[in-house]
Design a protein around this ligand. Structure first.
Ligand code: TUI
Length: 314
């Protein structure tokens, strides 16, 4: 039987990465996902290096399975975070929101797998050229900072353009999503929104409730004029942003309103004036489960779909 390239690359039981969600993906969530056979991820987000170091050390006490850190390249603390993941010899580094090229030589001094998130074919090719180990192709269905293309269009084009394993992200929350991604040539999936409601996820309960109650049309994209579009659930803050998008206000106004907004929602539970980043698939996410239950259910569904593939009657 052909092997799964991504599972073999990392040494995990299920080819699933838990999305690195800033202010949300901490050591406890990452360890729970890794203990369940997936790849747990600590999100550095905009946090200082010291916080990231503490979370890495904590995760090491909670699991002996591989886990990773998501380095958000727009962070004001990116230099110290890049140093911390190197010092702590983290096994997997996922990057987001930029090009990790300048850190790769140093990170490579350790036995590390480097996996950037990309929103386009051009970036995927450029990243492959820097010697990264795999690529996460993230469609615009994802939550948070996003690109333009849908997963359905981006994924097969990236698969054709590179020779390294491709992980699909954006819009995946059940076995059907995994099946679709695999059919398009992915070797794995990254899932954020569904893990956000995991029992081991320490995000504020108000945030979880909003995700669980969300319907298909409840997300919108703010900040397109700034060049940093962000997908969030609709609330008072999102409506204020949308109004600003129409009025072409200067970038500083966005920063003022956005400063600390994700922390406000994720940690303080202010779901009115906080930023509730969420993928479009939130409408499918209806129950709180353990990370293990989520993974087992998703891959159980995948197995049924693959076993019944002949019933497609083509
Ligand atoms: O990074 C994400 N999603 C995120 S990061 C985040 S924290 C944040 N908070 C407030 C404002 C902005 C961010 C919340 N969600 N996803 C991965 C991703 N990476 N999506 C798009 C990209 C990307 C964009 C440009 C990757 C590379 C890139 O390269 C540009 C270049 O050439 O440098």
């Amino acid at each position: 039987m052909a092997k799964n390239k991504f599972k073999d690359l990392i040494g995990i039981d299920y080819p699933i990465i838990q999305g690195g969600m800033a202010w949300i993906s901490d050591a406890e969530l990452a360890a729970a996902v890794s203990n369940a056979g997936g790849l747990g991820i600590i999100a550095a987000g905009n946090a200082p290096g010291q916080w990231v170091k503490e979370q890495i050390r904590k995760a090491k006490t909670l699991t002996d399975k591989p886990f990773g850190v998501n380095v958000m390249l727009l962070s004001p603390f990116v230099e110290e975070v890049a140093e911390v993941v190197w010092e702590e010899k983290v096994k997997v580094i996922v990057t987001g929101a930029g090009n990790p090229g300048k850190y790769i030589k140093k990170w490579r001094e350790n036995d590390v797998k480097i996996i950037p998130v990309v929103p386009s074919v051009g970036l995927a090719k450029r990243m492959e050229g820097t010697g990264v180990d795999a690529i996460i192709a993230e469609g615009t269905e994802a939550g948070g900072h996003i690109g333009e293309l849908t997963t359905m269009c981006l994924l097969p084009q990236v698969v054709d353009a590179v020779d390294i394993p491709v992980i699909a992200a954006g819009g995946i929350a059940d076995g059907r999503g995994i099946a679709a991604a695999f059919m398009m040539g992915a070797s794995g999936v990254q899932v954020g929104t569904r893990f956000l409601v995991a029992k081991e996820c320490n995000v504020h309960d108000n945030y979880k409730k909003k995700i669980l109650e969300a319907k298909d049309i409840d997300t919108l994209v703010t900040g397109r004029p700034t060049g940093h579009p962000v997908r969030v659930l609709k609330n008072k803050l999102a409506r204020m942003y949308k109004k600003m998008d129409k009025e072409a206000v200067p970038a500083e106004k966005y920063e003022e309103l956005g400063r600390g907004a994700l922390h406000k929602a994720a940690c303080l539970g202010d779901v009115s004036m906080g930023s509730i980043m969420s993928g479009q698939i939130a409408g499918l996410v209806c129950k709180e489960q353990t990370a293990s239950e989520i993974i087992e259910e998703m891959f159980g569904e995948l197995k049924v779909l693959l076993d019944n593939a002949k019933d497609f009657n083509i």
